[in-house]
Design a binder for this molecule. Structure first.
Ligand code: SF4
Ligand code: SF4
Length: 305
């Protein structure tokens, strides 16, 4: 056991200084059994579609101490990508308008560890961590009916990341709500009603119907019935997130997530004429690379059907 104690308020202050909007700490322990049962039930219904990585490493997902031997603390962090009232490129989901968040968050978490004089494991959407659960557990918010983390009065336009540390903290945060799911939503169903493909229900999300999954993760032709709902956005879909009454109009202070003028100036006609060279230039260092040129063109063409 590492005997040096973390000072929670110092960790939080440094995280905020580095551009994170929220940060909370919780003891590293097993994820709540009911939460894992709900997750496994969701998997057994095939609602993860082709995201088979979500079925793997269940033991690690259940207990973050298996990801870092001796881990005693989970730090959950959220960084805003909300454009507020600033201009955006309507063809892409908000999260994909700037630099690849994996790189931006990882670099800043490396600095955070350096500043605090710590070693630990950085997780930015790549390790099998139940990140929304830990965000709830660390007091950042709750998991809404659209299955994303909701920060009260700020919404869901946040990237999430975790640090696993072997030190104990002098203080830990407590959840804002007694259960991870829906408690802060009350009777609201705005996101369910805003979803054009009926991918959302009280049972959660069905990725097989979700435009975000289909346009980013899915390989092969898009289902016909999906295409007619693409509208002007052909990479991701923010409709449920943007329907949430908690979404604020405060823009992210992180310049890396601000779209370039080149991206902003792309018109529907420009997208149709996009060449591989232009694609390389527009999306250098961007998360859109995940879809590859062919995948993006598939979405652009499907948008016209
Ligand atoms: S991202 Fe779009 S398609 Fe997917 S659940 Fe939300 S509103 Fe529905
Ligand atoms: S739109 Fe309403 S139901 Fe959906 S996550 Fe936000 S508060 Fe919850």
């Amino acid at each position: 056991m590492n005997s040096v104690r973390l000072q929670r308020d110092v960790v939080k202050a440094e995280a905020l200084r580095l551009g994170f909007s929220h940060c909370g700490l919780a003891p590293a322990e097993e994820v709540d059994k009911a939460f894992m049962r709900h997750y496994e039930q969701w998997l057994s219904e095939g609602r993860q579609a082709g995201m088979h990585y979500m079925e793997r490493y269940l033991a690690l997902r259940r207990d973050p101490r298996l990801l870092l031997p001796g881990a005693r603390t989970v730090v959950s962090l959220a960084m805003s990508y909300n454009p507020g009232t600033e201009p955006t490129q309507p063809a892409l989901a908000w999260y994909a308008q700037g630099r690849d968040y994996h790189d931006v968050l990882r670099q800043r978490l490396q600095i955070l560890l350096q500043v605090l004089g710590l070693e630990g494991r950085i997780c930015v959407d790549t390790a099998p961590v139940m990140e929304k659960y830990w965000a709830w557990r660390c007091g950042l918010g709750w998991i809404g009916r659209h299955t994303q983390l909701v920060v009260p009065r700020e919404g869901s336009a946040f990237f999430l990341a975790e640090l696993l540390l072997t030190q104990e903290s002098d203080h830990y945060d407590t959840p804002l709500y007694s259960r991870p799911y829906h408690e802060g939503c009350g009777r609201c169903r705005c996101c369910i009603e805003a979803c054009p493909t009926l991918a959302l229900s009280d049972e959660g999300i069905d990725a097989r119907r979700c435009l975000s999954y289909l346009t980013i993760e899915h390989r092969g032709p898009l289902p016909q019935e999906t295409c007619r709902h693409l509208s002007e956005c052909f990479y991701g879909c923010d409709r449920c997130m943007r329907a949430c009454p908690h979404l604020s109009h405060e823009a992210t202070p992180v310049e890396d997530f601000i779209p370039s003028d080149e991206l902003l100036s792309m018109s529907p006609a420009d997208w149709l004429r996009l060449t591989p060279l232009q694609y390389q230039s527009l999306f250098r260092g961007s998360a859109v690379k995940r879809a590859k040129y062919e995948g993006l063109m598939r979405n652009i063409q499907a948008n016209r059907k």
